[in-house]
Design a protein around this ligand. Structure first.
Ligand SMILES: C[S@@+](CC[C@H](N)C(=O)[O-])C[C@H]1O[C@@H](n2cnc3c(N)ncnc32)[C@H](O)[C@@H]1O
Length: 231
């Protein structure tokens, strides 16, 4: 597995402080919770690495009591501005340095496409810290890009075929400066089993995302894992 360098991660995200991605809430996240009968209204919800804040704001609109953690101060300011909630709810923190303190317990804690920016040790300690502030029978969910397939095509070629000989599995995202790592299935299985006394896997699904530039198409397989805290 590729080694994560914490300084490279913070430098990469600090450069993107002002980036605005015009994001929408994640459909699969909300469907997955709904299918598993997870209630949102009046529940305390923590987003680890909330980015543009699109999901935490959707939870807020649906009646959730929302909280968050982000390395980028500008994103924290953005969410505070949009929700007008107390500053104490949204913490600026680098999870490769430490997990911030929340003096309360949560019903739902989730993290999309963020644990894959942490060192193995910090990924483990972040999950541990999250489980410490999750209520018994509360839900923990995380999501990560599992694979990415790239097909080079001319923009006026309308053909779309999912065929492994045409799609090339890539080890890194585009652009190459993005320090994300792909977590192997073996690693994920070990990670899950190391928390088997604290949480139980109740759903494992994937969805696909695509990001196409003028002359290429990429297909990302995103894995969602939903757990229930048992201890
Ligand atoms: C790929 S983005 C995903 C954002 C959001 N969860 C979403 O699904 O749109 C990863 C997010 O994690 C944050 N992040 C990356 N490394 C971090 C770290 N070490 N500590 C805290 N947040 C971090 C980034 O600033 C970014 O917002």
């Amino acid at each position: 597995m590729i080694k994560i360098e914490p300084k490279k991660i913070s430098k990469y995200w600090n450069k993107l402080e002002k980036e605005d991605l015009y994001m929408c809430p994640n459909i699969t996240l909300f469907r997955l919770l709904s299918i598993n009968n997870v209630k949102i209204r009046n529940k305390s919800i923590l987003d680890i690495g909330f980015g543009e804040g699109q999901n935490i704001i959707e939870f807020y609109k649906r009646g959730g009591k929302v909280f968050g953690i982000e390395i980028r101060q500008e994103k924290v300011k953005k969410v505070l501005n949009l929700t007008k909630l107390s500053k104490k709810r949204f913490k600026t923190a680098d999870l490769n340095i430490g997990f911030p303190i929340f003096e309360k317990k949560f019903d739902i804690i989730y993290s999309l496409d963020t644990l894959n920016y942490l060192t193995s040790k910090n990924r483990h300690s972040t999950i541990k810290s999250a489980l410490n502030i999750l209520k018994k029978n509360g839900y923990f969910l995380f999501h990560y890009p599992q694979a990415q397939l790239v097909q080079k095509k001319k923009f006026d070629n309308l053909d779309f075929t999912i065929n492994n000989s045409k799609y090339k599995k890539r080890k890194t995202f585009v652009p190459k400066s993005n320090p994300v790592i792909f977590l192997t299935n073996k690693y994920i299985k070990n990670l899950i089993s190391s928390f088997s006394k604290e949480m139980k896997l109740i759903s494992s699904i994937f969805d696909t995302g695509n990001f196409s530039k003028k002359d290429s198409s990429s297909l990302t397989i995103n894995r969602f894992l939903l757990f229930k805290k048992i201890n």
